[in-house]
Design a protein around this ligand. Sequence first.
Ligand code: KIV
Length: 268
Amino acid sequence: MKIWTVTRIRQAKGKQKLPCLTAYDCTTARMIDEAGIPLILVGDSLGMTVLGYDTTLPVTMEQMLHHTAAVARGVKNALVIADMPFLSYQTSIETGITNAGRLIKEAGADAVKIEGGAFRADLVRALTANGIPVMGHIGLTPQSVRELGGFKVQGRTQTAAAKLCQDAVALAEAGVFTLVLECLPSSLGAEITAVTPVPTIGIGAGPGCDGQVLVSHDMLGLQDQPLPRFVKRYAELAPQMRDAFAAYAKEVADGTFPRAEHGYEGGA
Ligand code: KIV
């Protein structure tokens, strides 16, 4: 059994802050796991970070299965949560159960994440009743980017803020074991955290949440485009990688790599 279980994550509420990072491949997932991070999210952000799309909307179940399986193979202790991609759970509860079940059964995820508020409560109840742990996700829900009119801060009016508090409570009552709060005013992140009995995992929702999640490509400095203000870069890997690729290209071109020490001796 893994060190990090759904029960232990629930029990961390109010006692221990919970870091979470995204991973899309085995090598990165192994390093995140070795750093002792309890939650690894195979986000459908892979559509943008790895597959080159502008939104998460084109991501398919087959892509999520492929990347989740790679991540699961690298992880010993962290809980692996697979994002359910757009239209893999919206059309019916049966479709949601079938697709969530595939992420658990075929890809080795420990839990799934779905986007949406109180209107997802029936699906959350159905999934958890069938043994599938669910992480909720409210606020800026990228699968609704067209409806929201862009990647914008949510919950800025009193009505919208009150609705998000109700969504959080409804999802917790339905059985989510954690709840992602994306792009909300910090005061609202803290307010939702106070009224929700399960850990909240913030991304752009301020320091008052029970945990934080970042997209690993963003915090590692692998992305070229301007990043939202909530991202802190913990490394600048893009320039280092470009320098390494350029140095390699130059050495191959000028014959300084490979050298004798990089080859094998012949003979018996
Ligand atoms: O897809 C993703 O990476 C996410 C996180 C940003 C929460 O949903």
